[in-house]
Design a protein around this ligand. Structure first.
Ligand code: NAP
Length: 334
């Protein structure tokens, strides 16, 4: 049987357990030219919260009654004359929160688990890593000597953003929740400084860590932190709007920045990005990041939980911050 998480009810605010229902349905047979994939891991991403809203976005919302959309990785267990993929291939794609998926293979990519473990292919070498890479290099246009500030710094995207900026010769300050995460940023990831937004006054801490201001702010959280970051811009600063997790469960309108005139004063740029726009260059980026990992310059951390039954409890960790690095759920039963 195939355990599938069905989207049942659009949440208002933080999703409750009744947002989804776990169903057990017969495993589908692959048709001609299709493959059956057994999922091993599901990617848990903040974007999933946005996909539950019935609003226009960069991708259509998940519909009630559908399997909850998610990134995933698994092994082909049956190929019905698929032109590219055969049994035993490890594939990553958008398989959803379920144990098996049948697909024609479109937008699925074969990966080599001799080079990296499966969870890393949905983390640093997958969508979040690509977001970090293209966000900080192409949108942020970092150059040696830049002062880079990143929020959500201990997470899947933020931790990679900061490390890439270090590799490129920038000074990097991270914002994260809690002393333990801040210590992790400095001691393990090599950041130059860290701010604990849960216990420090943001404006004071930013002045301390970035006395000369900020050239690049990579924003994963929006809200208050974005607003304070705007007060520290240097001339021609770049702000990358990657996400706004602090606002995703709002029951009222999203809080926008009030300090935006700092863009005018500093001739600064604030630009949104969607990782999918860079899909054609993913392989090149993954190759470069793989090389940095082999050279010990880039560290990847995955926080893996087990059991499709535990989806809701695990998903909530994205918003409580009770995890480090990339949040992953193992759905294959041993
Ligand atoms: P993540 O950082 O691994 O996990 C989310 C983290 O956000 C939590 O660990 C928590 O860390 C922090 N957080 C939660 N609530 C917060 C709040 N109210 N204020 C400040 N921080 C809060 O997630 P991710 O996958 O790397 O994603 C990071 C951001 O990038 C998200 O906004 C996501 O939507 C966005 N994203 C965008 C794209 C794109 O193409 N534009 C692609 C991927 C991801 P703390 O313990 O530090 O609070």
């Amino acid at each position: 049987m195939n355990k599938q998480l069905i989207f049942k009810k659009r949440p208002i605010g933080m999703p409750e357990a009744d947002t989804w229902e776990l169903e057990s349905n017969p495993i589908a047979e692959p048709g001609e030219g299709e493959v059956l994939i057994q999922h091993h891991y599901i990617s848990l991403d903040p974007a999933m919260r946005g996909w539950m809203n019935d609003t226009k976005s960069y991708i259509p919302p998940v519909q009630i009654g559908e399997v909850m959309r998610s990134g995933s990785i698994g092994i082909v267990v049956k190929s019905n004359n698929h032109p590219k993929f055969e049994e035993g291939d490890v594939l990553t794609g958008w398989g959803g929160v379920q144990q098996y998926v049948v697909t024609n293979g479109e937008n699925w990519y074969k990966v080599d688990t001799n080079l990296a473990p499966m969870p890393m292919y949905i983390g640093t070498l997958g969508m979040p890593g690509m977001t970090a890479y293209f966000g900080i290099t192409e949108v942020g246009k970092i150059k040696e000597g830049d002062i880079v500030l990143v929020s959500g710094a201990a997470g899947a995207v933020g931790s990679i953003v900061g490390q890439i900026a270090k590799i490129k010769g920038c000074k990097v300050i991270g914002i994260a929740g809690g002393a333990d995460k801040c210590k992790y940023l400095i001691d393990e990831l090599g950041f130059d400084g860290a701010i604990d937004y849960k216990s420090e006054n943001l404006a004071t801490a930013l002045k301390r860590e970035c006395p000369k201001g900020i050239d690049v702010y990579f924003d994963n959280v929006g809200g208050e932190i974005l607003d304070v970051a705007l007060t520290r811009l240097r001339m021609h600063a770049r702000i990358i709007i990657c996400g706004a997790i602090s606002q995703y469960n709002n029951k009222t309108a999203i809080k926008g920045p009030s300090n935006y005139l700092s863009l005018l004063v500093n001739r600064a740029t604030m630009q949104g990005m969607v990782v999918m726009d860079y899909a054609k260059d993913y392989a090149k980026a993954a190759q470069e990041m793989g090389m940095w990992m082999m050279q010990g310059k880039l560290k990847s951390r995955e926080d893996v939980y087990e059991g499709i039954e535990n989806f809701h409890d695990t998903f909530k960790r994205l918003f409580t911050g009770d995890k480090k690095g990339k949040l992953v759920l193992k759905v294959k039963e041993d």
